[in-house]
Design a protein around this ligand. Structure first.
Ligand SMILES: Nc1nc2c(ncn2[C@@H]2O[C@H](COP(=O)(O)OP(=O)(O)OP(=O)(O)O)[C@@H](O)[C@H]2O)c(=O)[nH]1
Ligand SMILES: [Mg+2]
Ligand SMILES: [Zn+2]
Length: 351
């Protein structure tokens, strides 16, 4: 198996006899027991991992993910990863389907989340968009909102949603992968940086990347006529280095995106428009800005300076964290827990 579009970009395999013995590189994609690594010299090689790398490490520490920097040695006839280097950032979710809550790092070292949403096919899911933004805020990433498929919706409609996120301070890029609207701005936003494209299956993440760099040739597929949802065409997180030097990661439309170690008291801070009100709240640090009357956040919602739908997302995410109480400890509270919600069965999904 090869990463989507990786075929054309792989070079230098088998081993280049001129290469120095120890190199550093960037993990582009991970397969069952192979890692695709872009060596700093530019070649892209398939590697294995030295068994010694695993010795004495906790299970989570053993995992190398796309975006990880690694030290690679050139063996007699293969490249081997000696060790993973420390991460600057990690975008994580709760690993689905395990009994013991476990972190899954989706991608390492990205600077920016490009959250891609569409209006129809699949329909706009503001709850899910807000969930992505919260996770990225928690990872201290820059966030950009891409509202794709504007060709399929009235202008009033997309402008209404764009205004909400612009009001918060996020840049919003209305786009259409078919006619190229928004792509020029997107290219500026990702220039010279490492960004991850994330959002529901079928929203157009891979399509937009293909327009940004036609040579990528990432596989895309029409959404299902029956369900109007995406078909989970992209199945692996893959990093691409664009001709202009930007790094971008394409991701699958994750079916579940549970919080990893986000506690009830963290959540308000991860909604940037809440922050200025948090100090004014008469309940101080004990307020959860949900049922309490006289809460400064709720007053801002009533006054229209915080979008009611965003507050609704907050309340639902808060309840989700609370339902997970008794699960493992988070950062700032005793038992915040973390639970996953199947994305395709998200009861909050707007039809
Ligand atoms: N009308 C319209 N269709 C689009 C647009 N962008 C993408 N599409 C179509 O939407 C479908 C899904 O696009 P993909 O790029 O595969 O979506 P994805 O987000 O990568 O989906 P996964 O890989 O499954 O997560 C394809 O049929 C695209 O041609 C757009 O701006 N307008
Ligand atoms: Mg895709
Ligand atoms: Zn409050």
């Amino acid at each position: 198996m090869t990463a989507d579009g990786a075929e054309a970009r792989r070079a230098g395999d088998p081993v280049d006899p001129e290469a120095p013995d120890t190199l550093t590189g960037l993990v582009l994609a991970c397969f069952h027991d192979e890692w695709e690594v872009a060596l700093d010299g530019g070649d892209v090689v398939r590697t294995s991992v030295r068994a010694r790398h695993f010795a004495g490490l906790a299970k989570e520490e053993k995992l190398l993910v796309p975006g990880d920097h690694v030290r690679v040695v050139r063996g007699a006839d293969a490249y081997v990863i000696e060790e993973g280097l420390p991460r600057e950032t990690s975008l994580s979710r709760l690993l689905p389907g395990t009994r013991r809550p476990t972190e899954q790092v989706i991608i390492a070292n990205v600077e920016q989340l490009v959250a891609v949403a569409s209006f129809v096919r699949p329909s706009l899911n503001r709850r899910l968009l807000d969930r992505f933004l919260v996770i990225a805020e928690d990872a201290e990433l820059e966030c950009v909102v891409v509202l794709n498929k504007i060709d399929l919706v009235e202008e009033d409609e997309w402008r209404r949603h764009a205004a909400v996120y612009e009001g918060i301070g996020y840049e919003v890029v209305p786009s259409c992968a078919l006619d190229g609207r928004g792509v020029e701005r997107l290219e500026e936003i990702i220039a010279g940086r490492f960004s991850v494209f994330a959002g529901p299956s079928g929203s157009g993440k891979s399509s937009l990347l293909n327009v940004l760099e036609p040579g990528l040739g990432i596989k895309v597929r029409e959404v299902s006529e029956k369900t109007l949802k995406g078909k989970h065409t992209t199945s692996n997180v893959t990093v691409f280095r664009l001709d202009n030097g930007s790094l971008v990661a394409d991701t699958p439309g994750f079916r579940e995106l549970g919080f990893w170690r986000i506690g009830v008291r963290d959540l308000g801070f991860l909604f940037p428009e809440f922050r200025e009100h948090l100090r004014d709240c008469r309940y101080g640090g004990s307020c959860l800005h949900s049922p309490e009357p006289g809460c400064a956040v709720k007053e801002a919602v009533a006054a229209g300076s915080i979008d009611a739908d965003r507050h609704d997302s907050y309340v639902r995410l808060l309840e989700e964290i609370q339902r997970g109480a008794g699960r493992p400890t988070g950062r700032t509270v005793e038992r915040p827990g973390a639970v996953g919600v199947p994305m395709d069965e998200d009861p909050d999904a707007r039809g």
